[in-house]
Design a protein around this ligand. Structure first.
Ligand SMILES: NC(=O)c1ccc[n+]([C@@H]2O[C@H](COP(=O)([O-])OP(=O)(O)OC[C@H]3O[C@@H](n4cnc5c(N)ncnc54)[C@H](O)[C@@H]3O)[C@@H](O)[C@H]2O)c1
Length: 272
């Protein structure tokens, strides 16, 4: 069975760890790290098979593990991803926005080749990435319209320089319209799907993003429209927010669990 190390013991990391512990993912969770010791302890207390809590994130990949699962932050990816590959371990990344930094992307892309390792990016909170990947060379335009309750956008860098008081809105309001590149930099913890769409399709400057704050919304909704020589595609996903982190959609966690289950299984793999 594959040995997994987990970086980040929050909403997604906890559910992944529980899925390994229950046997749903056929793997062993051997090491965990979170910058909050409380979070690591709390997670380990929920597991019947106890992983070791390491003292820093770099110790995850220096141990005898096969794959590091990142469910922490863009900073965590920038800090450890290269050393994970250099230590000849695979990696699954949830904080995908980190890869829109072109220098990070290129370094990691080259390192995957050099060290013969794989980085996995689960589809996260959207559906249809399989289709976007398949028609990549025939795409003319890709648009993402994301609608979230203001509390799911709270704390984003965007609001540091905006006069908009997102919490006092009484009707749906467009808070951002622009490129995926700018969306990911201004809403780093809220719009990983824009990064995934960009990487799968037209790149971050040509992928358009609109973010709507809707005080009446009970879902994190992502609507994707793609058009090109191949025809037209549209997908809409109305996600239930995670009960522990409203910025994260339940589907993002489930997608990570399914991707990891596939990586760890000798199985029939469905979809692209
Ligand atoms: N790919 C997607 O579609 C998708 C969807 C939702 C969330 N995400 C991303 O996945 C990541 C995890 O999401 P979550 O809902 O579990 O978040 P969370 O806030 O519930 O948990 C994150 C945990 O990581 C820890 N952490 C943060 N930075 C760290 C660092 N540098 N080193 C060690 N620990 C660190 C925090 O203390 C926290 O316990 C976030 O970056 C989020 O933006 C991606």
């Amino acid at each position: 069975m594959k040995k997994i190390a987990l970086l980040g013991c929050g909403a997604i990391g906890t559910q992944i760890a529980l899925s390994i512990d229950s046997g749903k993912i056929p793997a062993v969770l051997t090491h965990v790290f979170d910058q909050s010791e409380d979070r690591s302890n709390k997670l380990v207390s929920k597991l019947s098979k106890k992983p070791e809590i390491v003292k820093n994130s770099h110790l995850l990949s220096s141990n005898n593990v096969d794959l590091i699962v990142e469910a922490a932050s863009q900073d965590a990816v920038k800090d450890v991803a290269l050393s994970v590959l250099q230590n000849r371990k695979d990696m699954m990344i949830m904080s995908v926005g980190a890869l829109l930094d072109e220098s990070i992307f290129e370094i990691l892309y080259d390192a995957c080749k050099e060290f013969k390792r794989t980085i996995y990016l689960p589809s996260g909170a959207i559906a249809g990435l399989d289709g976007i990947k398949a028609v990549k060379d025939e795409l003319d335009a890709v648009t993402l319209i994301t609608t979230k309750h203001p509390r799911s956008l709270k704390g984003a860098k965007f609001f540091e320089t905006s006069d908009l008081d997102v919490e006092s809105l009484s009707e749906p309001t467009v808070v951002f319209q622009g490129s995926a590149k700018d969306a990911v930099s201004l809403f780093p913890a809220n719009i990983n799907v824009a990064a995934l769409l960009s990487l799968a399709g037209l790149g971050s400057e040509k992928t358009s993003v609109k973010i709507i704050a809707d005080p009446n919304s009970i879902t994190n909704t992502h609507q994707v429209e793609a058009i090109g020589k191949f025809g037209k595609m549209s997908f809409i996903v109305e996600n239930i927010p995670d009960e522990n982190n409203p910025k994260t959609s339940r589907l993002a966690t489930l997608s990570a669990i399914e991707r990891l289950r596939e990586i760890c299984s000798q199985d029939i793999h469905i979809g692209t």
